[in-house]
Design a protein around this ligand. Structure first.
Ligand code: NAD
Ligand code: UDP
Length: 329
């Protein structure tokens, strides 16, 4: 067991740490003085997301697939490993399920052995195409178990089950954060998510592709706010397990997002309409009252500021990945 157990400096494992959210989380935890072990198989993430951290002696990168066991000594585990965008999680659905299920079992087993706290990056997809709006944590969801999104949704649901069973059976400290749509620098340009798609299309002067009529809604949380929420969740008392929704409660129609990005980029792009993908949720907005009460957390970055920073990131060619959550933009 590392000495860090007895000090405020912790040894922290971040799985999926070379991904979009994971890289921001690693950065923040390092800033707080912790030692970070970033584990990632680089399926959707990239070492370039954490190049700027590599010189820090407290940061270590380890290429590893969490569907295989991992033997390390840590005090806390943030389990973020999992492709998150439909294009990527549908590329190899069986591997997506294995990552959520086998990966959770491996990380829970590790947490049990070393007596670490463990946080699961769960998702609003737990609620599927919700019949309750906004979505509180008590809502059980409306999920298609056999559709093309199911490998992700059901995998994440199973991971939540595993976390609670390990908690009940072994008395382990668990935390479940249900993350809603998050955006910001280091989103992957090719992952098909709406914010990155619209920004790149606008910057290139290509048509902005709205799926369906654009009346469907999402609520977008800037990545800095989200990473702060994850850290606050990890710091809660043993009795706080979650699930806790983390997201921005301000809801936007996709059509309005397209117009907003068009204006912020001063783009000549036209809006075009394309077919809606299968099981695409019509409305999504988190009820974050629990996070406000338990974590004293609510998002601080308004959408226009977050979008400007993200636009600047993509405008700079997304080449310098150290540009990110800082106030450069
Ligand atoms: P991302 O794809 O950028 O990051 C995921 C990381 O996990 C990548 O670096 C990838 O290489 C790694 N990974 C995938 N499979 C792995 C495996 N088997 N072993 C080791 N590493 C593996 O996605 P993100 O947006 O940063 O999402 C991070 C987490 O947050 C995911 O668990 C995702 O489900 C969750 N989440 C994200 C959002 C969002 O809007 N971005 C919303 C809800 C939930
Ligand atoms: N979307 C869109 N055009 C795009 C990409 C996405 O209209 O180029 C829509 C998509 O159909 C969905 C919403 O934007 O209704 C959010 O999509 P995303 O994949 O970013 O997130 P998720 O559907 O997982 O919430």
């Amino acid at each position: 067991m590392s000495n860090s157990k007895y000090s405020k400096i912790k040894r922290i494992l971040v799985t999926g740490g070379a991904g979009f959210i994971g890289s921001h989380l690693c950065e923040k935890l390092l800033d707080q003085g912790h030692e970070i072990l970033c584990v990632d198989n680089c399926f959707t993430g990239n070492k370039s997301n954490v190049y700027h951290l590599m010189d820090n002696p407290k940061f270590e990168f380890y290429r590893h697939d969490i569907t295989f066991p991992l033997y390390v000594e840590v005090d806390e585990i943030y389990n973020l490993a999992c492709p998150a965008s439909p294009i990527h999680y549908q590329f190899d659905p069986v591997q997506t399920l294995k990552t959520s299920v086998h990966g959770a079992i491996n990380m829970l087993g590790l947490a049990k052995r070393v007596k670490a706290r463990i946080l699961q990056a769960s998702t609003s997809e737990i609620y599927g195409d919700p019949e309750v709006h906004p979505q509180p944590e008590s809502y059980w969801g409306n999920v298609n178990p056999i559709g093309s999104r199911s490998c992700y949704d059901e995998g994440k649901r199973c991971a939540e089950t595993l976390f609670f069973d390990y908690h009940r059976q072994y008395g382990m400290p668990i935390k479940i954060a249900r993350i809603f749509n998050t955006y910001g620098p280091r989103m992957q340009p090719d992952d098909g998510r709406v914010v990155s798609n619209f920004i790149l299309q606008a910057l290139r002067g290509e048509p902005i592709t709205i799926y369906g009529d654009g009346m469907q809604t999402r609520s977008f949380c800037y990545v800095d706010d989200l990473a702060d929420g994850l850290i606050k969740m990890m710091q809660t008392a043993f009795s706080v397990t979650g699930p806790v929704n983390l997201g921005n409660p301000v809801e936007h129609r996709i059509l309005d997002l397209a117009k907003n990005i068009g204006e912020l980029t001063d783009s000549p792009s036209k809006i075009v309409f394309r077919p809606l993908p299968q099981d695409d949720p019509r409305r999504r907005r988190p009820d974050i009252r629990l996070a406000e009460t338990l974590l004293q957390w609510r998002p601080q970055i308004p959408i226009d500021i977050g979008l400007r920073r993200t636009i600047n990131y993509f405008r700079c060619g997304a080449e310098d990945n150290s540009l990110g959550s800082k106030d450069k933009f």
